[in-house]
Design a protein around this ligand. Structure first.
Ligand SMILES: Cc1cc2nc3c(=O)[nH]c(=O)nc-3n(C[C@H](O)[C@H](O)[C@H](O)COP(=O)(O)OP(=O)(O)OC[C@H]3O[C@@H](n4cnc5c(N)ncnc54)[C@H](O)[C@@H]3O)c2cc1C
Length: 393
């Protein structure tokens, strides 16, 4: 088992960190104000990240990728998430989450049509899975993919689509419905996953959703009203999208793990700096044991989460059967630790940590998302408990 980065990978990560500090960080205050201009800026950052090579880091060069492994991808995800959780989740959702599903399950034609654009940052992708009555329980999805006249027709409303307002393509998870008198008759089957380009008839961003954290992340509710698509936009085969959905949940969990680690790293850095500069009772507050012990705990949680994320990436690239449950462990630990770390960071900053515009206040708000998005803590606990109990049987 070896999940240490090579010297070459460490160098790449350092270069990427420098790029993020110089080329991404200066634009984050504008992104966090939201609105049309912020969305325009975010789109330009996708292109910059594409040109640097981050978006295609772990993809084959055939599709414009750089051919690196998942370990370096995970390490660089944390670097970007530390600079901005919102920019990270936007870029990750588009290129890595959507991109990996198309790389693993799409045809060569679909890769040419969509994947190359995602990896270059020219096209922005959005995952449309969640619905009003289908969050953790994806069996309750009602968005329908109906076959008729050699086309697939998609109808339904999707919630919480990250990148929805700026997306050029949606990766839609639908319930497959076969029309009874068609040649494919046989009733309903499993999920169908489709790439739906934004300019397809019937696609409408119904509303931009505002949330209390991730303020720079564009999120939308999107309606698909009898959107007609040729067969080539079906990812994998029609009605057999269960494995694609499972993999989608894994990429989601992996992304939220990195986002949580980035939040922890930033919280520790800000708290350490403040603990040296803030004076109380004639001393830097960092010299009080109660403060330094919080810093120590934050450091221990950060390092543990990093190790878990690296091991999860390593197991996944080795194709280890334990990879999925280990990812659940990493995601659960990292997201709950991020909330704890961000809470400590606010505490160390005292009243200044509660100011709306303070960095640690926004980390505190963003951290909570990690316990809900990418599979809730409860759902990951259920998956881990099941594997423990199965091992006993
Ligand atoms: C920042 C963010 C980004 C997101 N991005 C996307 C996106 O790009 N695309 C997309 O489609 N969706 C996205 N989502 C939605 C996300 O996937 C869902 O929020 C998540 O799956 C949980 O669903 P829910 O919110 O409907 O909660 P529910 O499933 O309704 O759960 C509510 C509560 O009940 C608990 N619960 C549910 N079932 C069980 C059970 N069996 N046992 C025990 N407890 C249970 C949950 O753990 C939770 O505490 C995003 C959400 C957030 C916050």
């Amino acid at each position: 088992m070896d999940y240490e980065l090579s010297d070459e990978q460490k160098k790449y990560k350092e270069e990427f960190a420098r790029f993020c500090t110089e080329q991404i960080a200066p634009h984050c205050p504008q992104i966090d104000r939201g609105g049309r201009q912020a969305h325009k800026k975010l789109k330009s950052l996708h292109r910059k990240l594409g040109a640097f090579g981050y978006l295609g880091l772990s993809f084959p060069d055939q599709w414009g990728g750089r051919g690196h492994d998942l370990l370096l991808q995970t390490a660089c995800d944390e670097v970007l998430a530390k600079v901005s959780s919102s920019v990270f989740l936007s870029a990750y959702t588009s290129a890595i989450h959507c991109g990996k599903l198309i790389e693993h399950f799409g045809t060569a034609e679909l890769k040419r049509l969509v994947l190359e654009g995602l990896l270059a940052g020219r096209t922005i992708g959005s995952v449309a899975r969640t619905e009003a009555q289908a969050g953790s329980d994806l069996g309750a999805i009602v968005t329908a993919a109906t076959r008729g006249n050699g086309e697939v027709v998609v109808s339904g409303i999707k919630d919480f689509c990250v990148n929805g307002p700026i997306a050029g393509v949606f990766l839609v998870v639908a319930r497959s419905v076969v029309v009874p008198d068609s040649k494919d008759a046989g009733g309903e089957s499993g999920p169908t996953v489709l790439v739906v380009p934004r300019d397809t008839g019937g696609v409408e961003v119904v509303e931009t959703v505002e949330t209390f954290g991730y303020v720079g992340l564009p999120i939308a509710r999107v309606r698909f009203d009898s959107s007609r698509l040729p067969d080539r936009f079906v990812v994998g085969a029609e009605g057999v999208g269960r494995r694609i959905v499972e993999e989608s949940l894994e990429w989601d969990a992996r992304g939220m793990t990195s986002a949580s680690i980035g939040i922890m790293a930033r919280a520790l850095e800000a708290s350490f700096a403040y603990s040296q500069e803030r004076q109380a009772f004639g001393k830097a507050i960092g010299s009080f044991q109660e403060v330094s012990f919080k810093l120590a705990e934050m450091r221990a949680m950060l390092d543990t989460a990093r190790l878990l994320a690296a091991k999860a990436a390593w197991l996944a690239q080795e194709g280890d059967p334990e990879a999925s449950v280990f990812l659940s462990c990493a995601k659960l630990y990292a997201s709950e630790s991020a909330s704890k770390c961000a809470g400590y960071a606010v505490q160390i900053h005292g009243a200044r940590g509660l100011l709306k515009q303070s960095v640690v206040a926004s980390l505190y708000r963003d951290a909570k998302y990690g316990e809900i998005a990418g599979g809730t803590s409860e759902i990951h606990r259920i998956a881990i408990a099941r594997s423990v109990l199965d091992a006993v049987d």
